[in-house]
Ligand binder design. Sequence first.
Ligand code: ATP
Length: 372
Amino acid sequence: MPDPASRPAPDPHRGRPSETADTAGPARVPAPAAPDRGHRAAPDPSGGTGEPLIVAEGLRKVFTVRRRAGLVRRSRTEVRAVEEVGFRIDRGEMVGYIGPNGAGKSTTIKMLTGILTPTAGTLRVAGVEPSRDRTRLARRIGVVFGQRTTLWWDLPLRDSYALARRIYRVEPARFRRNLDRCVELLDLAELLPVPVRQLSLGQRMRADIAAALLHDPEVLYLDEPTIGLDVVSKATVRSFLRELNAEQGTTVLLTTHDLGDIEQLCRRVIVIDHGRIVHDGDLALLHGSDGGERTLVVDLERELPPLTVPGARTVRVEGPRQWLSFPATVRAAPLVAAIARDYPLLDLSIREPDIEQVIGRMYAARRGAGGH
Ligand SMILES: Nc1ncnc2c1ncn2[C@@H]1O[C@H](COP(=O)(O)OP(=O)(O)OP(=O)(O)O)[C@@H](O)[C@H]1O
């Protein structure tokens, strides 16, 4: 384990009120006690068990917060961070877990790793109940918290990996193979002799992702893996994760505020708000789920007044180009046919609703409706 004094330990809940003992878990998942025996993803999505890799049912987490209410008196309040959350994730899925600040994402991830014990509900990851058997689970999962590192701050990266190998008891050949792969795909070769504290944020993130994969986990949890990264580092991390999922079949659960991550990596997205799941399904369906709109961008042979097309609204006119919005749930073909029939059409394209706007509207609508 890294010496806590030698590495930064930013606390994501800094500034939050005091909390009960079980609420303040360490970032690092404990080292496994038994030798690693290998458990790569099987072709069967259930891995032969008949059960999805992750099963959560009626999951709740309530924090008890004590505040000073006078010189001596203390009041207790309850924070319902996660309420009745349920989902099933099959092997090989890559799922986005998103929601506004304070929605309950990190709390869910901490329960999935066994760092936090659920107040109620059932949870199984790779057949293990995380909070009961954290040590056994640690062999099967990899975790990356974007806001903090699990590496040894003062050690060269290479030595950090060597220590991780011993803690996770990874066989030398497997370690070599996994490290070589990560070094190549995450462009880490030149960083191996560098102490972790000298790495830039993007370099450190790539290094942390490699550290989480040295023991061949079946599932990788990523909490804000691209936070603060420049476009090049983001692209490297995203293409690495895509390849990891496609080639190794590693199941990935990704929490992020960067919807570009979700759009590029996840077909399925689970949206949590106020501790409850408000959407679980295809990312594409999210586009049409909140009254979102698509846009026809129409190029005409000449400038014309705003077009009149039943079922669509002209929202912008710039010279011979016009933008027409229509509900995302409506088929575009009849609108395109009507425009081609009634106007001198040169060219036309369709823009999907911006996912950022869709999610923003979804959060805002829920706020307006009281949130629950
Ligand atoms: N240890 C704790 N003690 C008390 N309250 C907590 C604790 N951890 C989280 N909370 C509260 O639980 C709720 C959910 O927090 P959580 O960190 O899971 O949200 P999040 O979706 O990850 O948010 P963010 O996007 O801001 O990281 C918030 O109201 C938060 O203040």
